[in-house]
Ligand binder design. Sequence first.
Ligand code: WTA
Length: 664
Amino acid sequence: MSDEDVQLEARLAEQEVFEPPESFVEQANVTDEGIYDEFEENWPECWEGAADLLDWKEDYNQVLDDSNPPFYEWFTDGTLNASANCLDRHLDERGDEAAIEWVGEPVEEDNITYTYEELHRKVNEFAAGLREMGVGEDDIVTMYMPMIPQLPIAMLACARIGAPHSVVFAGFSADALATRMNAADSEYLVTCDGYYRRGDPLDHLDKANEGLSGVDHEVERAIVAERLMDGDGFDHDYADNQVAFEDVIADNEGATVDPVDRDAEDMLFLMYTSGTTGKPKGVKHSTGGYLAWAAWTSQAVLDIKPEDTYFCSADIGWITGHSYIVYGPLALGTTTMMYEGTPDYPDKDRLWDIVEEYEADQLYTAPTAIRAFMKWGKQYPEQHDLSSLRLLGTVGEPINPRAWKWYYKHIGNEECPVVDTWWQTETGGMMITTLPGIKDMKPGSAGPPLPGNDVRIVDTEGEEVEPGRAGYLTVDKPWPGMLRTLYKNDERFINEYWAEYSDTDSDDSDDWVYFPEDGAKIDDDGYITVLGRVDDVINVSGHRLGTMEIESAIVGVEGVAEAAVVGGDHDIKGEAVYAYVITEDGYEEDEELRSAIIDGVEDAIGPIARPEAVIFTPELPKTRSGKIMRRLLEDIANGEELGDTSTLRNPDVVSDIETKVQGD
Ligand code: WTA
């Protein structure tokens, strides 16, 4: 480390509180500290301001209908269309301005700027095509696409005709696609031929086709976008029900489709996410409340203004991309960027190259990326002029203070506030973070709840814990962006999120408390540090993975009798998958089985769930009642001191496993 670094480390290491930079405060969208009291006193009417960011066709009658908790309804009887809000209403003033800047993998010079006018045109044409092939209101259209512009075009086209979309991350496996299409009874798929990753063309349609073969109902139509260049294609023959995206657009050239009036509570989209049990949960989001929440938080927290160029490096296949690449930014009429590829190709300065070239005003990324940037070194950002940046954000997992400070210093030049935003697929948008023009920042702590949000840290009984003590995060009041239910499974919705701390027999909204399944602590200033999941979900590089899902993939492999999956600490990924496996009699604990297990996980879920380590063990540590002691397996994975193991039915197994892990 250079002297300068040492000094910086020393100075920054000491500092625990950072004030918002003056230059930022002077221009921030939200600067009145009174907003916190005002929202509390004026709840839930305080959310009228969020609704006012949208154009409504029919005005709503009531901000919140809480008569049937936890099935809350927001902006009741109001009607609107999300695509009209993201496109049409900006045409007069911003028609010629960029809506989306798409930065492709550097295969050829093929970046594309879509002005609002152009995006509007494509969305209309594609919407007309969808209609023509029979997609009606409330038909769920699945999308299985990487970061190509046809994805937001398809999403907005669906929104235009009132067909909810269900986007499946392109890195998920064929099986994962089939499971989600089956669960949603989805009869339409939008996918693509392939895409580029680190310079190489990848076949995607092959995987999509394999997924389609696992769908247990008839699929009306699959639309295939073409991303690969001539000669890089994989020579697919389209099946009878498959058509090229580009043909759908061409056949509908110049077509316009009136945006359908959607009730505020009508479903805008479904997003499947991992939960405690093996089956992914279909999180249902509304049109009015969700869009208001995405727009309001984009404005208040990301400080987005129409003239900004805003860059979020997430994938649209996750909720972050939905709310903060597509819906929030476009609702505000700004320029949103999407990039294809990885941060280290063609070199480790990819993001900084993009920030410089497009003069990005904000950057919103994940702690796992920041930890990788740190490891690669500050020489990469230093090669670029990053002075256009005004605000930095992070999301997806806790950020350690060292990474926070590195980001603040080496990317933000100590001139940009850093917003550490806690939220979930289920919350639709941000819930806990500092308002950047008002609040001091404390690295490692997301900050206070956003105004109007009633977040408490409680013990198992639901009593608030003392500041500094670890407890469970709860949200005591509903909010517009909240999930409405789990698709076709109201019962699971109640059990997963509400049952823990609510009086589920009550129809008084005050008796209902939302439980996000995260642990947290609060300090004397009301700043919240999120400690991580308390359910069987692990967070690998900011991606939520259900341990049960991975376990069921592993036990599906021939030769495996039993498996337990836990998250072990990982420098870059935050957590990594550790799989403890018991083999069936007659099978060898060998490399062959190990790779079969890894392949099994990749096939069932995708490469993101790939185990870091597969540890063969004769037994799993179990309590006397037969429950696997996951905590113990985590401690072993992390090489930590093990506590009392005397309550185990089989205490001897622990040292056997420890030896194996250390030898791993
Ligand atoms: C975790 C991503 C600490 C948390 C938007 C949550 C965080 C889960 C933060 C949701 C943060 C997200 N600090 N932990 N700033 N943001 N998390 O649904 O455990 O993919 O429950 O949504 O990520 O992950 P999801």
